[in-house]
Ligand binder design. Structure first.
Ligand SMILES: Cc1cc2nc3c(=O)[nH]c(=O)nc-3n(C[C@H](O)[C@H](O)[C@H](O)COP(=O)(O)OP(=O)(O)OC[C@H]3O[C@@H](n4cnc5c(N)ncnc54)[C@H](O)[C@@H]3O)c2cc1C
Length: 410
Protein backbone atom coordinates (compact mmCIF):
# COMPACT_ATOMS: atom_id res chain seq x y z
CA UNK A 1 0.00 0.00 0.00
CA UNK A 2 1.38 3.42 -0.97
CA UNK A 3 0.72 5.69 1.99
CA UNK A 4 2.35 8.90 0.87
CA UNK A 5 1.78 8.98 -2.86
CA UNK A 6 4.68 10.23 -4.93
CA UNK A 7 7.47 10.96 -2.43
CA UNK A 8 9.37 13.09 -4.93
CA UNK A 9 6.63 15.75 -5.06
CA UNK A 10 8.38 17.83 -2.43
CA UNK A 11 11.98 18.76 -2.99
CA UNK A 12 14.28 21.64 -2.16
CA UNK A 13 16.72 20.54 -4.83
CA UNK A 14 17.20 23.05 -7.62
CA UNK A 15 16.52 21.78 -11.13
CA UNK A 16 19.03 21.86 -13.99
CA UNK A 17 17.74 25.16 -15.41
CA UNK A 18 17.89 26.87 -12.04
CA UNK A 19 21.39 25.55 -11.34
CA UNK A 20 22.60 26.70 -14.73
CA UNK A 21 21.22 30.23 -14.32
CA UNK A 22 22.58 30.40 -10.78
CA UNK A 23 26.06 29.49 -11.98
CA UNK A 24 25.93 31.92 -14.89
CA UNK A 25 24.93 34.81 -12.64
CA UNK A 26 27.46 33.76 -10.01
CA UNK A 27 30.26 33.89 -12.59
CA UNK A 28 29.24 37.43 -13.55
CA UNK A 29 29.02 38.41 -9.88
CA UNK A 30 32.44 36.96 -9.12
CA UNK A 31 34.34 38.09 -12.21
CA UNK A 32 32.71 41.41 -13.07
CA UNK A 33 30.87 42.79 -10.06
CA UNK A 34 33.18 41.93 -7.16
CA UNK A 35 36.34 43.40 -8.68
CA UNK A 36 34.45 46.65 -9.41
CA UNK A 37 32.57 46.91 -6.11
CA UNK A 38 34.96 49.03 -4.03
CA UNK A 39 35.54 51.49 -6.88
CA UNK A 40 31.84 52.24 -7.48
CA UNK A 41 31.12 52.38 -3.77
CA UNK A 42 33.82 55.04 -3.48
CA UNK A 43 32.71 56.98 -6.58
CA UNK A 44 29.01 56.80 -5.71
CA UNK A 45 28.00 56.93 -9.36
CA UNK A 46 25.88 54.72 -11.59
CA UNK A 47 28.22 51.97 -12.89
CA UNK A 48 27.26 52.30 -16.55
CA UNK A 49 30.15 50.13 -17.85
CA UNK A 50 29.00 47.24 -15.63
CA UNK A 51 25.36 47.68 -16.66
CA UNK A 52 26.62 47.66 -20.25
CA UNK A 53 28.48 44.37 -19.66
CA UNK A 54 25.34 42.89 -18.12
CA UNK A 55 23.34 44.03 -21.15
CA UNK A 56 25.95 42.65 -23.58
CA UNK A 57 25.67 39.14 -22.15
CA UNK A 58 21.87 39.34 -21.88
CA UNK A 59 21.76 39.52 -18.07
CA UNK A 60 20.26 43.00 -18.16
CA UNK A 61 17.49 42.27 -20.63
CA UNK A 62 13.79 41.74 -20.93
CA UNK A 63 14.31 38.14 -22.04
CA UNK A 64 16.31 37.26 -18.98
CA UNK A 65 13.81 38.81 -16.58
CA UNK A 66 10.91 37.13 -18.40
CA UNK A 67 12.72 33.79 -18.12
CA UNK A 68 13.29 34.36 -14.44
CA UNK A 69 9.66 35.38 -13.85
CA UNK A 70 8.44 32.37 -15.84
CA UNK A 71 10.04 29.75 -13.61
CA UNK A 72 6.93 27.79 -12.57
CA UNK A 73 8.18 27.35 -8.98
CA UNK A 74 9.26 30.98 -8.61
CA UNK A 75 12.80 30.35 -7.36
CA UNK A 76 14.82 31.69 -10.27
CA UNK A 77 14.36 35.37 -9.42
CA UNK A 78 15.47 34.96 -5.79
CA UNK A 79 18.42 32.85 -6.93
CA UNK A 80 19.50 35.55 -9.36
CA UNK A 81 19.06 38.31 -6.79
CA UNK A 82 21.05 36.40 -4.17
CA UNK A 83 23.99 35.88 -6.51
CA UNK A 84 23.96 39.48 -7.74
CA UNK A 85 23.95 40.87 -4.19
CA UNK A 86 26.66 38.37 -3.27
CA UNK A 87 28.69 40.07 -6.03
CA UNK A 88 27.76 43.58 -4.89
CA UNK A 89 24.42 44.87 -3.67
CA UNK A 90 24.93 48.45 -4.91
CA UNK A 91 25.89 47.40 -8.43
CA UNK A 92 23.19 44.71 -8.26
CA UNK A 93 20.59 47.38 -7.58
CA UNK A 94 22.01 49.60 -10.31
CA UNK A 95 21.41 46.68 -12.68
CA UNK A 96 18.11 45.40 -11.32
CA UNK A 97 16.52 48.52 -9.79
CA UNK A 98 14.67 48.59 -13.10
CA UNK A 99 12.69 45.51 -12.07
CA UNK A 100 10.79 47.57 -9.46
CA UNK A 101 9.37 49.68 -12.28
CA UNK A 102 8.72 46.50 -14.28
CA UNK A 103 6.84 44.91 -11.38
CA UNK A 104 4.84 48.14 -11.00
CA UNK A 105 3.74 47.83 -14.62
CA UNK A 106 3.10 44.09 -14.53
CA UNK A 107 1.18 44.26 -11.22
CA UNK A 108 -1.17 47.02 -12.33
CA UNK A 109 -1.11 47.25 -16.13
CA UNK A 110 -3.23 45.68 -18.85
CA UNK A 111 -1.55 43.08 -21.10
CA UNK A 112 -1.26 45.75 -23.83
CA UNK A 113 0.44 48.16 -21.43
CA UNK A 114 2.83 45.44 -20.28
CA UNK A 115 3.73 44.72 -23.93
CA UNK A 116 4.25 48.39 -24.70
CA UNK A 117 6.20 49.58 -21.66
CA UNK A 118 8.15 46.68 -20.17
CA UNK A 119 10.54 46.30 -23.15
CA UNK A 120 11.22 50.03 -22.91
CA UNK A 121 12.29 49.63 -19.29
CA UNK A 122 15.38 47.73 -20.51
CA UNK A 123 16.05 49.16 -23.97
CA UNK A 124 18.72 47.25 -25.92
CA UNK A 125 22.47 46.66 -25.47
CA UNK A 126 22.96 49.44 -28.03
CA UNK A 127 20.72 51.81 -26.09
CA UNK A 128 20.28 50.78 -22.49
CA UNK A 129 17.23 52.14 -20.69
CA UNK A 130 16.33 52.10 -17.01
CA UNK A 131 13.08 52.20 -15.06
CA UNK A 132 12.10 53.59 -11.67
CA UNK A 133 9.16 53.06 -9.36
CA UNK A 134 8.21 56.24 -7.51
CA UNK A 135 5.93 56.06 -4.51
CA UNK A 136 7.71 57.60 -1.49
CA UNK A 137 7.39 61.28 -0.73
CA UNK A 138 8.85 63.56 1.95
CA UNK A 139 5.65 63.19 4.02
CA UNK A 140 4.63 59.73 2.85
CA UNK A 141 7.21 57.02 3.57
CA UNK A 142 5.79 54.20 5.64
CA UNK A 143 2.43 55.93 5.49
CA UNK A 144 1.82 55.49 1.79
CA UNK A 145 -1.83 56.50 2.19
CA UNK A 146 -0.87 60.15 2.63
CA UNK A 147 0.63 60.74 -0.82
CA UNK A 148 0.42 64.37 -1.94
CA UNK A 149 1.33 63.83 -5.57
CA UNK A 150 -1.89 64.44 -7.46
CA UNK A 151 -3.09 63.07 -10.76
CA UNK A 152 -5.91 65.06 -12.34
CA UNK A 153 -7.72 63.93 -15.47
CA UNK A 154 -8.04 66.43 -18.32
CA UNK A 155 -11.02 64.94 -20.09
CA UNK A 156 -10.91 67.27 -23.10
CA UNK A 157 -7.40 66.11 -24.00
CA UNK A 158 -7.62 62.59 -22.53
CA UNK A 159 -4.48 63.34 -20.52
CA UNK A 160 -3.47 62.98 -16.89
CA UNK A 161 -1.65 65.85 -15.22
CA UNK A 162 0.78 64.89 -12.44
CA UNK A 163 2.13 67.28 -9.82
CA UNK A 164 4.23 66.54 -6.75
CA UNK A 165 7.65 65.54 -5.43
CA UNK A 166 8.84 61.98 -4.94
CA UNK A 167 11.84 61.21 -2.77
CA UNK A 168 14.41 58.40 -2.25
CA UNK A 169 13.68 57.03 -5.72
CA UNK A 170 16.02 54.34 -7.07
CA UNK A 171 17.01 55.45 -10.60
CA UNK A 172 14.91 58.61 -10.02
CA UNK A 173 15.50 61.15 -12.77
CA UNK A 174 17.99 58.96 -14.67
CA UNK A 175 15.34 56.38 -15.61
CA UNK A 176 13.73 56.42 -19.03
CA UNK A 177 10.47 55.02 -17.69
CA UNK A 178 9.14 56.30 -14.38
CA UNK A 179 6.20 54.47 -12.87
CA UNK A 180 4.58 57.03 -10.58
CA UNK A 181 1.95 56.33 -7.93
CA UNK A 182 -0.30 59.36 -7.38
CA UNK A 183 -3.53 60.24 -5.61
CA UNK A 184 -6.51 60.51 -7.90
CA UNK A 185 -8.92 60.93 -4.99
CA UNK A 186 -6.92 61.91 -1.88
CA UNK A 187 -9.98 61.54 0.38
CA UNK A 188 -9.83 57.77 -0.20
CA UNK A 189 -6.24 57.36 1.06
CA UNK A 190 -4.39 54.49 -0.61
CA UNK A 191 -7.65 53.27 -2.19
CA UNK A 192 -7.67 56.50 -4.19
CA UNK A 193 -4.23 55.90 -5.69
CA UNK A 194 -3.33 54.92 -9.23
CA UNK A 195 -0.09 54.14 -11.08
CA UNK A 196 1.02 55.98 -14.21
CA UNK A 197 3.77 55.37 -16.70
CA UNK A 198 5.71 58.52 -17.48
CA UNK A 199 7.31 57.86 -20.90
CA UNK A 200 10.89 58.87 -21.79
CA UNK A 201 11.61 62.59 -22.15
CA UNK A 202 8.25 63.74 -20.84
CA UNK A 203 8.29 67.48 -20.14
CA UNK A 204 7.94 68.50 -16.49
CA UNK A 205 9.66 65.47 -14.93
CA UNK A 206 13.08 66.28 -13.51
CA UNK A 207 15.59 64.99 -11.00
CA UNK A 208 15.81 66.87 -7.71
CA UNK A 209 18.46 66.21 -5.08
CA UNK A 210 20.65 63.14 -5.54
CA UNK A 211 21.27 61.57 -2.13
CA UNK A 212 24.65 60.61 -0.75
CA UNK A 213 24.22 57.31 1.05
CA UNK A 214 25.73 55.06 3.71
CA UNK A 215 25.61 51.95 1.52
CA UNK A 216 24.51 50.57 -1.86
CA UNK A 217 26.28 53.65 -3.17
CA UNK A 218 26.53 52.45 -6.77
CA UNK A 219 22.76 52.63 -6.92
CA UNK A 220 21.37 56.07 -7.79
CA UNK A 221 18.81 57.47 -5.33
CA UNK A 222 17.19 60.85 -5.94
CA UNK A 223 14.13 63.05 -5.75
CA UNK A 224 11.81 63.16 -8.73
CA UNK A 225 9.98 66.44 -9.31
CA UNK A 226 6.73 66.34 -11.26
CA UNK A 227 5.71 69.77 -12.47
CA UNK A 228 2.56 69.69 -14.63
CA UNK A 229 3.66 66.42 -16.18
CA UNK A 230 1.13 65.50 -18.87
CA UNK A 231 0.79 61.86 -19.92
CA UNK A 232 -1.73 60.35 -22.35
CA UNK A 233 -4.80 58.63 -20.86
CA UNK A 234 -3.32 55.32 -21.99
CA UNK A 235 -0.52 55.75 -19.41
CA UNK A 236 -2.90 55.10 -16.52
CA UNK A 237 -2.02 51.52 -15.58
CA UNK A 238 -5.04 49.25 -15.66
CA UNK A 239 -7.12 51.77 -17.63
CA UNK A 240 -9.75 54.36 -16.70
CA UNK A 241 -12.73 52.05 -16.64
CA UNK A 242 -11.13 49.82 -14.04
CA UNK A 243 -10.01 52.82 -11.98
CA UNK A 244 -13.49 54.40 -12.04
CA UNK A 245 -15.07 51.13 -10.91
CA UNK A 246 -12.49 50.77 -8.12
CA UNK A 247 -13.02 54.37 -6.94
CA UNK A 248 -16.80 53.90 -6.99
CA UNK A 249 -16.46 50.79 -4.82
CA UNK A 250 -14.15 52.61 -2.42
CA UNK A 251 -16.57 55.57 -2.17
CA UNK A 252 -19.34 53.17 -1.23
CA UNK A 253 -17.09 51.88 1.54
CA UNK A 254 -16.45 48.54 -0.11
CA UNK A 255 -12.97 47.17 0.24
CA UNK A 256 -10.78 47.12 -2.81
CA UNK A 257 -8.49 44.21 -3.50
CA UNK A 258 -5.70 46.06 -5.22
CA UNK A 259 -3.88 49.10 -3.93
CA UNK A 260 -1.41 50.26 -6.53
CA UNK A 261 1.77 50.55 -4.45
CA UNK A 262 0.99 47.64 -2.16
CA UNK A 263 0.50 45.21 -5.04
CA UNK A 264 3.99 46.03 -6.26
CA UNK A 265 5.67 45.70 -2.87
CA UNK A 266 3.98 42.40 -1.99
CA UNK A 267 5.22 40.85 -5.21
CA UNK A 268 8.77 42.10 -4.87
CA UNK A 269 9.50 41.43 -1.18
CA UNK A 270 10.94 37.89 -1.53
CA UNK A 271 13.28 39.14 -4.26
CA UNK A 272 14.43 41.96 -1.98
CA UNK A 273 14.92 39.48 0.86
CA UNK A 274 17.06 37.41 -1.51
CA UNK A 275 19.36 40.39 -2.04
CA UNK A 276 19.87 40.75 1.70
CA UNK A 277 20.62 37.04 1.79
CA UNK A 278 23.33 37.47 -0.85
CA UNK A 279 25.11 40.10 1.24
CA UNK A 280 24.85 37.96 4.37
CA UNK A 281 26.26 34.94 2.56
CA UNK A 282 29.18 36.97 1.21
CA UNK A 283 30.08 38.15 4.72
CA UNK A 284 29.67 34.68 6.21
CA UNK A 285 31.91 33.02 3.61
CA UNK A 286 34.55 35.71 3.93
CA UNK A 287 34.67 35.59 7.72
CA UNK A 288 34.70 31.77 7.75
CA UNK A 289 37.79 31.76 5.51
CA UNK A 290 39.40 34.48 7.59
CA UNK A 291 38.76 32.64 10.84
CA UNK A 292 40.55 29.57 9.49
CA UNK A 293 43.58 31.63 8.40
CA UNK A 294 43.99 34.16 11.17
CA UNK A 295 46.12 32.90 14.05
CA UNK A 296 46.19 34.32 17.58
CA UNK A 297 47.56 32.59 20.67
CA UNK A 298 49.25 30.14 18.31
CA UNK A 299 46.06 28.72 16.77
CA UNK A 300 43.51 29.71 14.12
CA UNK A 301 40.83 31.86 15.74
CA UNK A 302 38.13 29.44 14.50
CA UNK A 303 39.38 26.92 17.08
CA UNK A 304 37.78 29.15 19.73
CA UNK A 305 34.12 28.32 20.28
CA UNK A 306 33.46 32.05 20.64
CA UNK A 307 34.28 32.44 16.95
CA UNK A 308 33.11 29.05 15.65
CA UNK A 309 29.70 29.40 17.34
CA UNK A 310 29.24 32.82 15.78
CA UNK A 311 29.80 31.23 12.38
CA UNK A 312 27.41 28.38 13.19
CA UNK A 313 24.73 30.91 14.13
CA UNK A 314 25.40 33.02 11.06
CA UNK A 315 25.02 30.01 8.80
CA UNK A 316 21.85 28.89 10.56
CA UNK A 317 20.20 32.31 10.18
CA UNK A 318 21.21 32.53 6.53
CA UNK A 319 19.74 29.11 5.76
CA UNK A 320 16.55 29.97 7.66
CA UNK A 321 16.27 33.26 5.75
CA UNK A 322 16.69 31.43 2.44
CA UNK A 323 13.91 29.00 3.32
CA UNK A 324 11.59 31.91 4.12
CA UNK A 325 12.52 33.65 0.87
CA UNK A 326 12.00 30.50 -1.19
CA UNK A 327 8.69 29.77 0.52
CA UNK A 328 7.36 33.27 -0.15
CA UNK A 329 8.61 33.20 -3.74
CA UNK A 330 6.95 29.82 -4.30
CA UNK A 331 3.70 30.98 -2.67
CA UNK A 332 3.66 34.14 -4.78
CA UNK A 333 4.13 32.11 -7.95
CA UNK A 334 1.57 29.48 -6.96
CA UNK A 335 -0.96 32.21 -6.17
CA UNK A 336 -1.18 31.19 -2.51
CA UNK A 337 -2.39 34.08 -0.35
CA UNK A 338 0.12 35.41 2.20
CA UNK A 339 -2.22 34.69 5.11
CA UNK A 340 0.47 35.14 7.76
CA UNK A 341 2.40 37.90 5.97
CA UNK A 342 4.84 35.39 4.50
CA UNK A 343 6.16 37.91 1.94
CA UNK A 344 6.91 40.33 4.76
CA UNK A 345 8.47 37.57 6.87
CA UNK A 346 10.94 36.75 4.12
CA UNK A 347 12.12 40.31 3.65
CA UNK A 348 12.11 41.13 7.36
CA UNK A 349 14.09 38.08 8.44
CA UNK A 350 16.55 38.24 5.56
CA UNK A 351 17.10 41.99 6.05
CA UNK A 352 17.75 41.72 9.78
CA UNK A 353 19.91 38.64 9.21
CA UNK A 354 22.06 40.59 6.76
CA UNK A 355 22.61 43.45 9.20
CA UNK A 356 23.45 41.09 12.05
CA UNK A 357 25.61 38.67 10.03
CA UNK A 358 27.67 41.46 8.49
CA UNK A 359 28.26 42.96 11.93
CA UNK A 360 29.36 39.57 13.26
CA UNK A 361 31.68 39.27 10.25
CA UNK A 362 33.32 42.57 11.20
CA UNK A 363 33.76 41.25 14.73
CA UNK A 364 35.39 38.06 13.45
CA UNK A 365 37.86 40.10 11.40
CA UNK A 366 38.59 42.43 14.33
CA UNK A 367 40.44 45.58 13.25
CA UNK A 368 40.71 44.20 9.72
CA UNK A 369 36.92 44.16 9.59
CA UNK A 370 36.70 47.85 10.35
CA UNK A 371 38.97 49.07 7.56
CA UNK A 372 38.36 49.24 3.83
CA UNK A 373 41.12 46.75 2.95
CA UNK A 374 38.46 44.08 3.46
CA UNK A 375 34.93 44.22 2.05
CA UNK A 376 33.02 43.37 5.23
CA UNK A 377 32.60 46.99 6.38
CA UNK A 378 31.07 47.78 2.97
CA UNK A 379 28.78 44.78 3.21
CA UNK A 380 27.62 45.98 6.62
CA UNK A 381 26.89 49.44 5.21
CA UNK A 382 25.10 47.86 2.23
CA UNK A 383 23.02 45.56 4.43
CA UNK A 384 21.36 48.30 6.46
CA UNK A 385 19.03 49.47 3.70
CA UNK A 386 17.31 46.07 3.80
CA UNK A 387 15.63 46.92 7.11
CA UNK A 388 14.42 50.22 5.65
CA UNK A 389 13.32 50.20 2.02
CA UNK A 390 10.38 48.27 0.58
CA UNK A 391 8.79 48.64 4.02
CA UNK A 392 10.79 49.06 7.23
CA UNK A 393 11.18 46.15 9.67
CA UNK A 394 8.55 47.78 11.88
CA UNK A 395 6.08 47.92 9.01
CA UNK A 396 6.77 44.27 8.11
CA UNK A 397 6.01 43.33 11.72
CA UNK A 398 2.77 45.30 11.47
CA UNK A 399 1.82 43.37 8.32
CA UNK A 400 2.60 40.01 9.94
CA UNK A 401 0.94 40.77 13.27
CA UNK A 402 -2.19 42.09 11.59
CA UNK A 403 -2.30 39.06 9.30
CA UNK A 404 -1.98 36.51 12.11
CA UNK A 405 -4.30 38.28 14.56
CA UNK A 406 -6.94 39.92 12.42
CA UNK A 407 -6.50 42.87 14.80
CA UNK A 408 -5.64 46.30 13.40
CA UNK A 409 -2.41 46.61 15.40
CA UNK A 410 -0.99 50.15 15.37
C1 LIG B 1 18.33 53.93 -0.75
C2 LIG B 1 16.85 54.02 -0.81
C3 LIG B 1 16.19 53.63 -1.97
C4 LIG B 1 14.80 53.73 -2.03
N1 LIG B 1 14.15 53.41 -3.21
C5 LIG B 1 12.82 53.70 -3.33
C6 LIG B 1 12.16 53.56 -4.59
O1 LIG B 1 12.76 53.16 -5.59
N2 LIG B 1 10.85 53.90 -4.67
C7 LIG B 1 10.15 54.37 -3.59
O2 LIG B 1 8.98 54.68 -3.75
N3 LIG B 1 10.74 54.51 -2.39
C8 LIG B 1 12.07 54.19 -2.23
N4 LIG B 1 12.69 54.35 -1.00
C9 LIG B 1 11.90 54.84 0.13
C10 LIG B 1 11.70 53.80 1.21
O3 LIG B 1 10.76 52.85 0.78
C11 LIG B 1 11.27 54.53 2.50
O4 LIG B 1 12.43 55.17 3.00
C12 LIG B 1 10.68 53.61 3.53
O5 LIG B 1 9.43 53.15 3.12
C13 LIG B 1 10.51 54.28 4.89
O6 LIG B 1 9.90 55.52 4.81
P1 LIG B 1 10.56 56.80 5.52
O7 LIG B 1 11.99 56.82 5.10
O8 LIG B 1 9.75 57.99 5.20
O9 LIG B 1 10.52 56.48 7.05
P2 LIG B 1 9.31 56.82 8.07
O10 LIG B 1 8.04 56.29 7.53
O11 LIG B 1 9.38 58.26 8.44
O12 LIG B 1 9.72 55.93 9.33
C14 LIG B 1 10.65 56.37 10.32
C15 LIG B 1 10.66 55.31 11.44
O13 LIG B 1 9.36 55.21 12.03
C16 LIG B 1 8.91 53.88 11.95
N5 LIG B 1 7.46 53.88 11.77
C17 LIG B 1 6.71 54.60 10.90
N6 LIG B 1 5.41 54.31 11.03
C18 LIG B 1 5.33 53.35 11.97
C19 LIG B 1 4.26 52.61 12.55
N7 LIG B 1 3.00 52.78 12.16
N8 LIG B 1 4.55 51.72 13.52
C20 LIG B 1 5.82 51.52 13.94
N9 LIG B 1 6.87 52.17 13.42
C21 LIG B 1 6.63 53.08 12.46
C22 LIG B 1 9.63 53.28 10.77
O14 LIG B 1 9.65 51.87 10.81
C23 LIG B 1 11.00 53.91 10.91
O15 LIG B 1 11.75 53.20 11.85
C24 LIG B 1 14.07 54.20 -0.92
C25 LIG B 1 14.76 54.58 0.25
C26 LIG B 1 16.12 54.51 0.31
C27 LIG B 1 16.82 54.99 1.57
Amino acid sequence: MLLFGNMTDFSLELNEDQLQIQKWVHDFAENVMRPAAAEWDEKEETPWPIIQEAANIGLYSLDFILNSFNDPVGLTLPLVMEEMAWGDAGIGLAIFGTTLGVVGIVANGTPEQVMEWVPQCFGTPEKIQLAAFAVSEPDAGSDVSSLRTRAVYDEAKDEWVLNGTKTWITNGGIADIHVVVAAVDPALGSRGHASFVVPPNTAGLSQGQKFSKMGIRASHTAEVVLDDVRVPGSCLLGGKEKLDARLARARQGQSSKVQAAMATFEASRPAVGAQALGIARAAYEYSLDYAKERKQFGRPIIENQAIAFKLANMRMHIDAARLLVWRAAWMGKAGKPFEAGEGSMSKLFAGETAVWVTEEAIQILGGAGYVKDHPVERWHRDSKIYTIFEGTSEIQRLVISRAISGVHIK
